[in-house]
Design a protein. Structure first.
Length: 156
């Protein structure tokens, strides 16, 4: 399994957290181990544009699923030829999005665990963390970032 990127959108539809990983370069041999590397050379505008595209896709697909299936149906994931997008919405209208390779199983439980074990523990329960992230201020919590990175690496 390969994890490409992770996004958190707040209830105001702004991207408050994003993290990208790149797969390790594949050797020419048929067998290779999957390792992830943190992306460090992406520009801020490209990351912002990607976040907007991801949210627009999720918003459109979620609305389409609700119109076709009713309020009881929920948008969970979709797959293209290149990636699979996993979606989880919290009761507080935070939206967690994870992009993985196409062969991965449902990551809904993983996103729920990230919300419960990392987001709530390190961001919500932190008295110094802002409640609202207005004006594009993202989450700047070192414990959350380290915990997320270790959790994702532990999935492999």
């Amino acid at each position: 399994m390969v994890v490409y990127s992770f996004y958190i959108f707040d209830r105001h539809t702004e991207c408050i957290y994003t993290k990208s990983w790149l797969p390790a370069p594949r050797p020419s041999s048929a067998t290779s181990s999957t390792v992830i590397h943190t992306q460090s050379s992406a520009s801020a505008t490209t990351a912002s544009d990607n976040a907007k595209l991801v949210f627009g896709t999720v918003f459109s697909l979620r609305n389409m699923v609700r119109k076709l299936g009713g309020d009881d149906d929920a948008f969970i994931s979709y797959r293209t030829g290149q990636y699979k997008l996993h979606f989880y919405e919290t009761p507080a209208n935070l939206r967690f999005v994870l992009l993985t390779d196409t062969a991965s199983a449902s990551m809904r439980n993983v996103l729920h665990q990230i919300y419960i074990n990392l987001w709530v523990e390190y961001v919500v329960k932190n008295p110094l963390a802002p409640v609202e992230h207005k004006g594009g201020d993202g989450v700047k919590n070192e414990l959350f970032e380290l915990g997320l990175d270790q959790f994702i690496r532990g999935l492999l």
